[in-house]
Design a protein around this ligand. Structure first.
Ligand code: HEC
Length: 107
């Protein structure tokens, strides 16, 4: 019986961690980021490619930026437009922010 329970608990843990693995692309789309950020061309906001180049190897810095704890480095003159967007992602967990940053950095 003990063994059965242990197996069940393990199975549940795997299922739960799978279900909560944050999907950066889904967050990016659901939070409206895609309306100003295209993959390869600058529109209202800089392209994801440009952002990824600026933040290459600096994922932690991007997470800080998304939390409003670090200054803009890509196009500081337009930060006013981006700043308002940070409110949309205030409620995200550390894991979700990491997934979001990873998605942007993939470009
Ligand atoms: C209303 C248009 C708009 C939306 C929506 C938007 N952004 Fe931006 N974003 C901008 C503009 C303009 C800039 C350039 C200013 C700047 O560099 O901060 C920018 C810059 C950025 C940068 C680079 C920051 C830096 O260091 O310069 C990141 C990362 C970013 N956006 C992520 C996001 C994410 C994630 C979302 C969705 C939650 C999002 N943006 C939604 C307009 C937008």
């Amino acid at each position: 019986m003990k063994k059965v329970i242990a197996t069940a608990v393990l199975g549940l843990a795997v299922a739960v961690s799978g279900a909560f693995a944050a999907d950066g692309e889904a967050i990016f789309k659901s939070k409206g980021c895609a309306s100003c950020h295209q993959a390869n061309v600058d529109t209202v906001g800089p392209s994801l490619k440009k952002i990824a180049q600026a933040y290459k190897g600096k994922e932690a810095d991007m997470i800080k930026f998304l939390k409003g704890e670090a200054p803009a480095i890509v196009d500081p003159a337009k930060f006013g437009i981006m700043k308002a967007q940070l409110n949309n992602i205030k409620g995200l967990s550390e894991e979700e922010l990491k997934a979001l940053a990873e998605f942007v950095l993939k470009h």
